[in-house]
Design a protein around this ligand. Structure first.
Ligand code: GLN
Length: 242
């Protein structure tokens, strides 16, 4: 078995070391004997690369980069939308998450149009929401907690299934108690950068979904890994953050 993992604009959308997510997916595939083909999608890439993607990563960006990226991503809008509807796995983080929606209204009230592949918007309101965050995810995984770090001025409002309930931190908007978004196999989240190394259950959730979609893979056959160290970190971080 093999999975094609596409890292979108890794130079521009890599605000907090989002590449750590790629390395985690790659290693967890390798340890199971699954071939992971890592492909970078950049400014001159052919959109056909995306058509064979099993997992897509859209990382975080500053307001300025988000404005620049929008014009490049716009031509991919219809393709991304059809891939999402077809169940491709997409991890969209912070600026990448905001870009999936209709618009991001920045701190100066400039409207940066989003791709509008999902029906929501984000607005920068007052002070930035910064700090460690712990959520209880709505996904069917164990453990239920997801730990991370958030730093965003934008407040996101939507009616989709959230990625989780905020136990500590701010989440989508600091008001409704929810974090992120789930739509089909899309995870949108404010949990920055290396989200997956500290949360291997989320990495495996994505890998299982991708294998199910591509190979009708029976997830009961999914090989367990020895994650003693990873969960030691997860638990320690959780304890410190709470
Ligand atoms: N520009 C967005 C915000 O501040 C996203 C920033 C980020 O990706 N950290 O809300």
């Amino acid at each position: 078995m093999e999975l094609n993992i596409v890292n979108m604009f890794p130079k521009a959308l890599n605000l907090y070391g989002d590449r750590g997510n790629i390395i985690t997916l790659q290693k967890r595939c390798e340890w199971r004997g699954i071939k992971a083909n890592i492909v970078e999608y950049s400014f001159n890439s052919n959109a056909d690369i995306l058509k064979t993607a099993d997992i897509i990563l859209l990382g975080g960006a500053s307001d300025r980069e988000q404005g620049i990226m929008y014009s490049h991503l716009l031509s991919l809008k219809d393709l991304l939308k059809s891939l999402i509807e077809d169940g491709v796995c997409l991890l969209a983080i912070c600026g990448g998450y905001q870009l999936l929606g209709e618009a991001y209204i920045d701190a100066n009230q400039n409207v940066i149009k989003g791709l509008g592949v999902l029906d929501f918007y984000t607005k920068s309101e007052g002070k930035r929401l910064i700090g460690n965050i712990v959520i209880e995810t709505t996904l069917d995984v164990f453990p239920k907690t997801v730990v991370g770090y958030e730093n965003h001025g934008g407040r996101t409002y939507h009616g989709y299934q959230p990625f989780g309930k905020v136990l500590k931190g701010f989440g989508n908007n600091g008001k409704d108690g929810f974090e992120g978004l789930i739509y089909k196999n899309v995870i949108g989240t404010y949990l920055h950068g290396p989200l997956l190394p500290k949360n291997p259950h989320i990495a495996d959730y994505m890998l299982k979904k991708a294998l199910e979609r591509k190979y009708s893979f029976d997830t009961l056959q999914f090989q367990k890994l020895d994650d003693t160290l990873e969960y030691m970190v997860h638990e320690k971080v959780k304890e410190l953050y709470m």
